[in-house]
Write a protein that binds this ligand. Structure first.
Ligand SMILES: [Zn+2]
Length: 427
């Protein structure tokens, strides 16, 4: 009898496990449905307005892990099968809008930002929901839309075609992390330089842990989309260039913050290849860059710290790693609510340290960890991080998410990146 019950329990557990998995082929085809919208508001409020839907030719994402197992990102895209209500795809993400909301400008000037989400193209009608965290960290519905894949307003126009090259081949895009590198400020005459820069940056990337141990788990794609002019915008110096994705320094009036708000153009160019992550390479010798989780990362090509900036910003866009520094000038104010545990894996407010890296701290390391050189090589909880000196703690004295050193991710950041790589590469 006992044996019988045991078998019954096993069958039950097995059927739960099977039900939890979503079979890609049951619900999706290997193309992308892109939903574009405008998010507008001010420091305290925001509204989402529908813009357009597009069918893009490839799906570069995983076909295995369709439901997001991480709790990262300020926002979450949920795709539900309309007839059964079953969650068939979800992803966390963040936006430039949410950063801007904590800037001084947002206190007095309402603004709008173009945003996009992508998911595999559904076979049957779906209901999509865009959720956002409230100040307590709980996800709340901001927008919903029923989508019929037969809808003739889903634009099927072919993206503007550009030459592209798979510059690093790890294998099948559906079980690898695909990074598409988009050039900005490279004219037609600069394409040889772009080629050389892509090689150089892949070299930086693969000299950094945990990427170097995962060389076969990445694909790199370069899309040769030329700009009218070389260089980029530097508004504070009254320098303006006509470039293909309109990147600019002085984002939110911070000189080194190099970003673009033209994500529509960016996605259109990226759609030339199957991809998971967009990386923009800006033809400029000035120091700067940026990275937002599941949005994009961006770096200038020819500063002496460009190698570090690339690895650091990709940490944001791929792993939702937080900045572990607090001394540099930033545009955001009170970015993290210290009354709750932030979702980012590499900082803690100590509200729920056990949910972070507490288990990686040796018994002989005190928490909080003093700024004593004898602990510099240990994992602990060092105060200072997330743009504030007090109340937010980081895992190690130094890390690529803290200071300008390329191959120096702390063990907690490395672990988080490793887990994300596995999530993309599961077969
Ligand atoms: Zn770290």
């Amino acid at each position: 009898m006992k044996k019988y019950i045991f078998i019954q329990i096993l069958i039950l557990i097995f059927s739960f496990a099977v039900n939890a998995q979503v079979s890609f082929d049951d619900y999706f085809v290997k193309k992308t449905l892109r939903l574009d919208y405008i998010q507008a508001g001010d420091a305290n409020s925001s509204v989402i307005y529908f813009e357009q839907m597009k069918c893009e030719p490839y799906w570069g994402g995983t076909v295995k892990n369709l439901v997001d197992k991480f709790n990262y990102g300020e926002y979450r895209l949920c795709v539900n099968d309309l007839s059964t209500g079953k969650l068939i795809y979800s992803r966390g993400y963040s936006t430039l809008f949410q950063e801007w909301q904590t800037s001084d400008e947002a206190k007095t000037l309402p603004r709008s930002f173009y945003e996009t989400v992508v998911f595999p193209f559904p076979k049957k009608p779906v209901k999509i929901e865009l959720q956002r965290r409230n100040r307590d960290g709980k996800l709340e519905k901001k927008f919903e839309l029923n989508i019929n894949p037969e809808d003739y307003f889903i634009r099927e126009e072919i993206p503007v075609k550009y030459d592209f090259k798979k510059t690093h081949d790890g294998g099948d895009p559906n079980s690898k992390v695909d990074i598409v590198i988009i050039p900005d400020g490279y004219s037609k005459d600069d394409m040889e330089k772009f080629d050389a820069d892509v090689k150089r940056f892949m070299g930086y990337f693969f000299s950094c842990s945990p990427y170097k141990e995962n060389k076969n788990n990445f694909n790199f794609w370069a899309v040769y989309a030329p700009s009218e002019e070389s260089g980029t915008d530097i508004p504070g110096k009254r320098v303006y260039k006509n470039t293909i994705v309109n990147a600019s320094f002085y984002t939110f009036n911070t000189e080194r913050y190099l970003m673009t708000t033209d994500v529509r153009k960016l996605r259109d160019i990226a759609a030339n290849v199957p991809y998971d992550q967009i990386m923009i390479l800006v033809n400029s010798p000035m120091y700067g860059g940026g990275g937002v989780f599941n949005y994009y990362s961006i770096v200038s090509s020819d500063d002496s710290y460009s190698d570090y900036v690339m690895c650091h910003e990709f940490g944001h866009s791929f792993g939702d790693l937080a900045d572990e520094y607090w001394t540099s000038d930033v545009a955001v104010n009170d970015y993290f609510n210290q009354k709750i545990e932030p979702v980012q894996p590499n900082i803690t407010t100590m509200v729920d340290f056990a949910s972070k890296w507490k288990n990686l701290v040796d018994k002989d390391v005190p928490v909080p960890t003093p700024n004593d050189p004898k602990y510099y090589n240990k994992v602990g909880a060092f105060e200072g991080g997330g743009y504030v000196e007090k109340g937010i703690f980081r895992p190690k004295f130094d890390c690529t998410m803290k200071s300008r050193s390329r191959d120096n991710f702390c063990p907690v950041c490395r672990k988080a990146l490793d887990e994300m790589i596995k999530f993309y590469c599961d077969k």
